[in-house]
Design a protein around this ligand. Sequence first.
Ligand SMILES: [Zn+2]
Ligand SMILES: [Zn+2]
Length: 312
Amino acid sequence: MNSVDEEFISQCLRKYYYEYFGIIDIPSKLNRHEFGYQKPNSPMIRHIQLQDAAELRSTLMQELPLDVFLSSARYLFPSLPMAEKEWQDADLIFDIDAKDLNLECRPSHTVQICATCGKVNNKGCACDSPQIKDVSVTCDRCINASKKEVKKLLDILYDDIGIKESQTEVYFSGNDGFHIHVHDLKFLNLNSLERSELVDYVMCNGILPERLGMKREGATSLPQQTDAGWPGRFARHMFGSKTARPKEIKKITADGYARFTDTLKRLSHTLGACIDSGVTTDVHRIFRMPGTINGKSGMTKMACPDIAKFNP
Ligand SMILES: [Zn+2]
Ligand SMILES: [Zn+2]
């Protein structure tokens, strides 16, 4: 980036933080969170404690960061090294990213950039050990596929886990996907292991045929369409209408336990929500602050109250 570009970006950021500071979501206990930011072509700066909105505003205006982050966790001492911060609790966050969905469109809008010299797709890069990173700008197919995963996830959270819609906030990440934040007090204290059990549940990882009434000796009672949780969800998907049920059950159980297990595995993939498990289980992570710019795309991370109608 040359100095003219740098000056232009600084001007845009100054204008943004000055005019749009009001759209940044500031949590009630801002001073308990770890704050971090990154300026263009600079390393990340984190482990910062801000006292209030005024200090956030002055930091943004002074530093003009391209990317702004805040921990999902609250700490007693946010500015100390991780081991000494004294973790208190953390919002439960799910990340859905188009890059994890194996979409055919991805290569057509992804380029490789050398992090050292900024050259694209290896053209003219003479760096010793270039650090190549994939940079992608999103497309309609990516957004629509991600929205489908959000819908799946929300259905599971509301219907199976009992999380209330009013305790949930869906944010467009500003580039390739969505963050789903759960503020329900019941979940804030969960540790990493407990969060990973929740991840397995919403992704439908490792569901056993026995859970659906299929044993090695043969099928016993398969779930009804009206059953709660995964059994009901499978039944609705596999058996369709009530009249089709007997025929479909015969078909799906005819080839025995092993084939049923294979079908179940395949279906778990289709029916489970495709989330980035590492994001949910990491209780020390910092996330882009809602209402700030995503430096990769220039778009804002913003709340989407109506995900079906959302179009960035
Ligand atoms: Zn290079
Ligand atoms: Zn795409």
